[in-house]
Design a protein around this ligand. Structure first.
Ligand code: ATR
Length: 277
């Protein structure tokens, strides 16, 4: 029997999720239909589309920009949330549990899984994250669960990094006890094992004001699909680098397994997943 899935967003026409999930489904012998679902940017419309999907027998939905916070609110009010979604304040994966909407957030764990797939050591690592928006927020708990020793959150607007850490400390005991620091981007200095770019700068054409003394062994950009100045900068300083396509795959794989109960051999599928148009 065909199982139905969707990704809901605005815009949505260029989403790679349908193609990614078809490759996953084929690899485990499942017959699925995975649709791109456009939705007007309004709370009522989002709720109506989600309800219609699940009432029609849909199994699972991914949620993307600009609906991740609305999906969080829907699950918070009417159903349940995973710890990762509760801490992130955002939902990217929807399913029904006991007939009610349940939200998870697999973005941060998808990042961690990709870092581990790359062979980058996380246990005891000294990490810096640049950016303090939604993308950064979702990474803190999964990175701490993976055993990193410390996280410095650097942001153009220092007060936003401080406010984010303050709210996260209240949200989860692991974060409450963690070694967390804040900095402005230009004052971030010294040696880190891993630096992650979680800003939206890749879309703007601007570059980050990185200090000349800032160094790392590994540099990761959550963006993908083009020449990224952040990665070029650290590559020029001898760091190993990766763009964020594997994170997109990682979050999708976690959603798929949660919906279907089928584990995926993601590393083996990477050649197929990177060859997609
Ligand atoms: P997302 O959900 O992708 O994290 P967001 O919540 O809008 O998006 O956050 C964007 C992040 O990128 C913020 O940390 C923002 O810094 P500010 O908090 O100071 O605005 C950062 N950012 C965006 N453009 C930037 C730029 N040109 N230079 C430095 N940081 C930038």
């Amino acid at each position: 029997m065909t199982q139905h899935f969707m990704v809901i967003g605005n815009p949505i026409a260029h989403s790679k999720s349908p193609a990614i999930h078809q490759i996953f489904a084929a690899s485990v012998g499942l017959d699925i239909r995975y649709a791109r679902q456009y939705c007007p940017d309004a709370s009522d419309s989002f709720t109506a589309v989600v309800e219609a999907f699940f009432n029609g027998g849909g199994v699972g939905a991914n949620v993307t920009v600009p609906f991740k916070q609305l999906a969080y609110e829907l699950c918070h009010e009417r159903g349940g949330l995973s710890a990762h979604a509760a801490v992130a304040g955002a939902v990217n994966t929807l399913l029904l549990k006991d007939g009610k909407p349940y939200g998870d957030n697999t973005d941060g764990q998808g990042l961690v899984n990709h870092l581990q797939q790359l062979g980058w050591p996380l246990s005891g690592a000294k990490v810096a994250i640049i950016g303090a928006g939604g993308a950064a927020r979702g990474t803190l708990l999964p990175l701490l669960e993976a055993g990193v020793a410390s996280i410095t959150l650097a942001n153009r607007t220092l007060s936003k990094a401080e406010a984010l850490i303050q709210s996260l400390r209240n949200a989860h005991p692991l974060i409450a006890q963690a070694a967390l620091n804040t900095s402005t981007v230009d004052e971030l200095e010294g040696d880190f094992d891993l630096i992650i770019n979680a800003t939206s700068i890749g879309l703007s054409g601007d570059t980050l004001p990185l200090a000349p003394t800032l160094r790392c062994t590994y540099a990761y950009d959550m963006m993908y699909g083009r020449e990224l100045p952040f990665l070029q900068h650290f590559s020029g300083l001898g760091a190993e680098t990766s763009e964020g396509y594997g994170m997109l795959i990682g979050q999708a794989a976690l959603s798929f397994t949660q919906w279907t109960g089928k584990p995926l051999a993601v590393a083996e599928l990477m050649p197929q997943l990177t060859a997609m148009p």
